[in-house]
Design a protein around this ligand. Structure first.
Ligand code: G3P
Ligand code: CA
Length: 321
């Protein structure tokens, strides 16, 4: 079980509850900020303590199941998040886009061809872009057989269906706005749905939800609409530019091949939009050696298709050993 200040434990274990309680006490004694406290927004980027916060080093990195446990089940389906849950992972990542008739759906590519049987069902509708199909049409597609025949019949979920399953599983969500430039207003639409489904109350925005995007403008918009919600920017800004991001986001989430220990430390030295040291969750790490390498760099989280492999590599509570 991983315990991390400001970000609760990854797993939902029952047997480890006593350990968790002990660790919470230990973190409190060490001065870790309580997970539920939403700090006032920084009027301008501020430097964190030189270490970036001593409590960070006490737990292993958070492990996120990328597009669900997508090494073992078709990505971005309900089956993929169920698989993550079965493996013991509560943080899942997804990608959100909008259909022709304005419905939010969970899918990564801007076309339906790689992960569904759209060419068979709608042979004359090329280039088969998500935004050119209605939600009812997309609901007809098989989003599982391309991965493995055992998953035949899996669907591209709507975001509503997806959130209901994440909630039922008691999981947490790293929600990515995928190419938001193509869907004006998608930030408010997503937030409205999350609000309707009860995902924007205090327990959710402080412990169960982070919104990320490669679009800084989109993250800035999300932050303006819901300043209490944690956000992340996907990318690797130059160190000199990091303070600009700290004004509206809490995390910088880079591709693992682009980072160094020095860059991670530079992010940690800044206070983010909620007055806490900024964090780094890196992607996509699917092998043990790379997982150990980025852990040594000091990352806070690892986003992976194979969460069990990464968990085994970085181990729970490494810093206590
Ligand atoms: O969560 C990070 C990762 O999902 C970003 O890349 O292309 O897989 O959405 P991509
Ligand atoms: Ca993604």
């Amino acid at each position: 079980m991983h315990v991390r200040p400001g970000r609760p434990d990854r797993a939902r274990p029952s047997g480890a509850a006593a350990t968790a309680a002990f660790l919470c006490l230990a973190l409190t004694a060490l001065g870790a900020a309580p997970a539920t406290a939403v700090q006032p927004l920084s009027p301008s980027p501020t430097l964190a303590s030189p270490s970036g916060g001593s409590a960070r080093s006490l737990g292993g990195p958070v492990v996120y199941a990328h597009r669900g446990a997508s090494a073992y089940a078709p990505e971005n389906t309900l089956e993929s998040i169920d698989r993550a849950m079965a493996l013991g992972f509560d943080w899942v990542e997804n990608d959100v886009q909008r259909t022709r008739d304005g419905v939010l759906v969970v899918i990564h590519d801007d076309t339906l061809t790689r992960t569904t049987d759209v060419k068979r069902v709608f042979p004359d509708r090329g280039p088969w872009r998500v935004k050119d199909f209605t939600a009812a049409e997309i609901a007809r597609l098989d989003a599982g057989s391309w991965f493995d025949k055992r998953f035949a019949g899996a669907r591209v979920p709507t975001l509503r269906e997806y959130m209901e399953r994440v909630g039922r599983n008691r999981q947490r969500l790293l929600l990515e706005l995928k190419e938001p430039e193509a869907s004006p207003g998608i930030e408010r639409q997503i937030l409205d749905l999350l609000d309707e489904l009860g995902w924007l109350d205090e327990p959710h925005v402080t412990r169960r939800l982070v919104v990320q995007s490669f679009s800084a403008d989109s993250i800035r918009t999300v932050h303006a609409l819901r300043p209490d919600l944690r956000t992340a920017f996907l990318g690797t800004p130059n160190v000199a530019d990091l303070p600009r991001y700290a004004a509206f986001t809490d995390q910088i989430n880079p591709q693992h091949t682009t980072i160094s220990a020095g860059w991670v430390a530079a992010v940690h030295r800044l206070l983010g939009a909620h007055g806490k040291p900024m964090e780094v969750d890196t992607w996509i790490v699917d092998d043990a050696a790379t997982a150990r390498k980025v852990k040594e760099m000091g990352v806070d989280g690892i986003i992976t298709n194979a969460p069990d492999v990464v968990r085994h590599a970085v181990g729970p509570l490494q810093a206590f050993g």
